[in-house]
Design a protein around this ligand. Structure first.
Ligand SMILES: Nc1ncnc2c1ncn2[C@@H]1O[C@H](COP(=O)(O)OP(=O)(O)OP(=O)(O)O)[C@@H](O)[C@H]1O
Ligand SMILES: [Mg+2]
Length: 331
């Protein structure tokens, strides 16, 4: 494993055994390996119970793995625990770790002291973070009077105390309105690109992952199904989708397999035959430009006039569902 990586996991497994009458064994993580790079935002996706929170807790030493090891800044975590933790900022699910009776500044002071940030540096840190997170107007407001989005921003500010090199953020954008979401996404990108922090975040919001993350990891039932740069992941399941609108397509061609009826065999996903002014829209999936050309030629040969060809961009959600679906049942 590359020693320059701020954080890495090697073949980590974790099983939970619940006590009580109904004993259950849950393999929360199975043989998981990953490396987190400086200046990178990596996104952790996966259905509820996939193991995302467990993975984050293992990376910051809150949960011990049964097998495998955690490397922090190139050294085994247990050898460097205290030092490593002082260089990490961790946001766990929800807002349970900020104190509701305390104000914004009091929370930051409290957690700054816990992190051993020295007095003058802490005062500077607090001013900088309050401004960075856009909480200037709320400095002296107790957390219980803040909106959910503001609490989330304060929670992120707390993780940034002491200027850590690594940020582990479990669902940091949960419950934010459109504007706050955009705002926080921009700040997270700046933290990685401008300040060269290594960031791992989990999310259920596909658009957040797609826009924010340089790399995406997909977890399901404790296993990593995919770990790839976002553009590469988006290119999985090769083939391009187009929406082709034609006019004057003979009625006989509009059956269940209109293109097959034309003697063309594209990988047809779905088609829509519409009645508006005789316009027919069809969704066509082809392997490449050649394939599309063939489809259009065939349609023209049938007497159809090509009105419009639009490329349909594949969304991360579609890729995500295909990966989960494709691997389901593989064991
Ligand atoms: N302390 C624990 N004791 C027993 N089982 C646990 C414990 N923590 C997690 N689990 C189990 O481990 C599995 C993974 O849980 P985890 O919280 O990591 O999932 P997650 O991917 O974060 O899910 P979500 O999207 O719902 O937050 C689940 O089946 C969960 O019930
Ligand atoms: Mg979770």
């Amino acid at each position: 494993m590359d020693a320059s990586l701020p954080l890495a996991l090697e073949a980590v497994s974790k099983t939970f055994r619940t006590k009580g009458r109904k004993k259950q064994v849950v393999n929360a993580l199975l043989n998981v390996g990953l490396g987190l790079k400086k200046g990178e935002v990596a996104g952790l996706l996966g259905p509820n119970g996939a193991g995302k929170t467990t993975l984050i807790k293992i990376l910051c030493g809150l949960v011990y793995p049964d097998k495998g090891r955690v490397l922090a800044f190139g050294r085994p975590f247990e050898q460097t625990r205290k030092q490593a933790l002082s260089r990490m900022g961790v946001l766990l699910e929800g807002h349970r770790h900020i104190f509701w009776p305390l104000t914004v500044v009091e929370n930051l002071k409290y957690f700054g002291m816990l992190k051993n940030v020295p007095g003058p540096a802490l005062r500077e840190d607090i001013d900088r973070l309050v401004q960075f997170m856009g909480l200037e107007g709320k400095r002296d407001v107790p957390v219980r009077f803040l909106s959910q989005g503001m609490r989330q921003k304060l929670s992120v500010a707390v993780t940034l105390l002491g200027n850590p090199d690594v940020l582990l953020l479990d669902e940091p954008t949960q419950g934010l309105d459109v504007e706050s979401l955009r705002d926080l996404k921009q700040r997270i990108v700046r933290l990685a690109k401008e300040f060269q922090k290594a960031i791992l975040l989990s999310t259920h919001q596909m658009e957040v992952a797609q826009e924010l993350c340089d790399r995406i990891l997909i977890l399901q039932q404790g296993r990593i199904l995919a770990d790839a740069p976002t553009p590469e992941l988006m290119g999985y399941f090769k083939g391009q989708n187009f929406m082709v609108t034609v006019q004057g397509l003979p009625l006989f061609s509009r059956g269940t397999q209109p293109l097959a009826a034309l003697g063309i065999e594209p990988d047809l996903d779905e088609h829509e035959t519409g009645g508006v002014n005789g316009l027919v829209r069809m969704r066509v999936r082809v392997k490449n430009g050649e394939g599309l050309f063939g489809v259009l030629q065939g349609l023209k040969a049938e007497g159809a006039e090509i009105v419009k060809v639009e490329e349909l961009k594949r969304s991360l959600e579609e890729v995500f569902m295909e990966i989960l679906g494709g691997k389901k049942g593989d064991g």
